[in-house]
Design a binder for this molecule. Sequence first.
Ligand SMILES: Cc1ncc(COP(=O)(O)O)c(C=O)c1O
Length: 486
Amino acid sequence: MSKQKPENSLASEYRYETLARQIIQLIQQGTFRPGERIPSVRQMSRQQAVSISTVMQAYLILENEGLIEARPQSGYFVRAVTDISLPELEISAPSLDPSHVNLHELVMMVMNDSANPNLAQLGAAMPNLELLPTERINRIMSRLARKAGKGTHQYHFESGLEELRVQIAQRAVSSGCQLSPNDIVITAGATEAVNLCLHAVCRPGDIVAVESPMYFGTLQIIEVHGLRALEIPTNPRDGISLGALQFAIEHNPIKAVLTISNFSNPTGSFIHDEKKKELVELLARHDIPLIDNDVSGEIFFTEKRPMVTKAFDQKGLVMLCSSFSKDISPSLRVGWVAPGRYKAEIEWLKFTLSSATATLPQMAIAEFLESGGYDHHLRRLRREYAGKVAQLYDAVTHTFPPGTRVTRPSGGYVLWVQLPENVDSLELYSLALQGGITLTPGYLFSPTNQFYNFIRLNAAAWSYPIMGALEKLGDMIVELAGRGRA
Ligand SMILES: Cc1ncc(COP(=O)(O)O)c(C=O)c1O
């Protein structure tokens, strides 16, 4: 490895040290921002007219100093360097009593505000439309529409388009799952998938165990069915507490367990493989179905696709739900469920409640998957979202007051923020709305108001121009925190 000192560097510096110092300056002055990719080793070597090994050594220094990180097959990225190191969020501590859900008015109010184009949308977990493969899908759809025969417009009563089910079954292999196309039922998004599953295994008044916090859309389904939610303590890092779940099972007639085991909404928690296996085995011992929502499973920033709980399912008790809403299009409304032993009920319910899923969107998605376009698109999407999550995390740590904690998920695109204790997220919501900003208040994620001082932020649409809105929000939090102390 060359260690020649260049002419115009500090006398005691090697070329790779000079290069490392230059890159540090670029990071500090914001030219390379947290989450962004820096030039590849080859590009940097060409740009700076230095050898590959000089660049490698410089990058090694930056990596050791925690300033950049290597991501397999993607390159080197600026880490969310922050001189403020926030403590991690703690495991939630809900009361271990089941409760009815009554959140619909609040949910609809927030949903209406999320549809207002005049507001800075910091909360709603919508994907970034600029990053979705919309043009490609539109081209496929118009070609299919032109050439498709009248048959496309007939009811399609089976479990959904076979070509699509084949593609989904093939992809399942990468998440450790052996599925046949016949194991899958196509639905109108993950929402319908979860709805059908709950419908299949519960009756009004039944108790279902949920992660706490839980995505409010799922809590809404629980509310609609008149079920009772039993919130289980959940760690924002590695998900539902198995000890607490076991205790809950031993003391309550739980009819189903609901999880989002890969990158939950809102905490981004991720249940690692060994724990997924233990979860499935625990429920198998008690013959309780697990409804696991894997809607963000493909948006991982880790080295490989995380496994799904279904991979460990020996008894057909895991009902795996997912959709293409987060990574292809939320409006095509194509999702699916692999319902294990409940397939016949799910097919019947699907037929009874919505007859069938629209055919053309299924055809378009099947073709996109088959062409390899999906994989290519996902690689870019993961890179972009990893960057945006890191940038928003960094921005929150710099703009929100002391007492704030925020998650740093390894997939998905939402951040869960704990505000100082005396800040009420609904008060903040009203204040923010007056300032032209929306966010998602923590109240939505628990039927028992566990998270009054939490908010969810969406990193998908993050870009530096939004910084102004975030700073404004930070000021409002400071104001509310100060009011509480007076
Ligand atoms: C966990 C979770 N499930 C389901 C949905 C909605 O999915 P779909 O559009 O496929 O119904 C969302 C959307 O935010 C979500 O975060």
